[in-house]
Write a protein that binds this ligand. Sequence first.
Ligand SMILES: [Zn+2]
Length: 182
Amino acid sequence: MSEKKHFSPAEISFVNKTFDQAEKLAEKYFHLSPGDWKTHRYDVKTLAYLEEHEVHSRAFAHLCKYDYMKGESADNKENTHFYRICLQDGRILNAVERGSSFIKLMPLMLYIATHELIHVVRFNRGEGDFDAPVEEKIQEEENVHSITRNILQPIADNNLNLVLDCFSDQYHIGDIFDLTRN
Ligand SMILES: [Zn+2]
């Protein structure tokens, strides 16, 4: 039997729900209002819609940054950017499958969505640097990892606790590293 590589439509609707939930959790933690997501702009794509460079063989998600240039000048104040959270369906489904009855898709997705949104907010606020050298990015992963735990632990049920335990401090999501090209 070949491995399942893509989310089903039902799974995609779960994924969308977990991002809604993660937004609310991030709003509370960072004291944002729902309208602030206009400044912390991001979109989410699943594997079927990813460009080749957005595919990441060793992460659950790959965070890409895209700039919109107004005109020619890089200094134009109207220039803007957004982050794309590139979900690697196959890696996520594989973790759920390997975890059999232990790791469930919803809590794992909530963990991934929360983690990614924390990156987006921190990068936009200058608390982390998307273009930092590797050592700094490792530190940023640690920071985001511990904030994710702080946000999720108070609401964690058994299934979410299992995700938090399995993807503990030694585990790096690797989303902000370009490991595929090293
Ligand atoms: Zn990360």
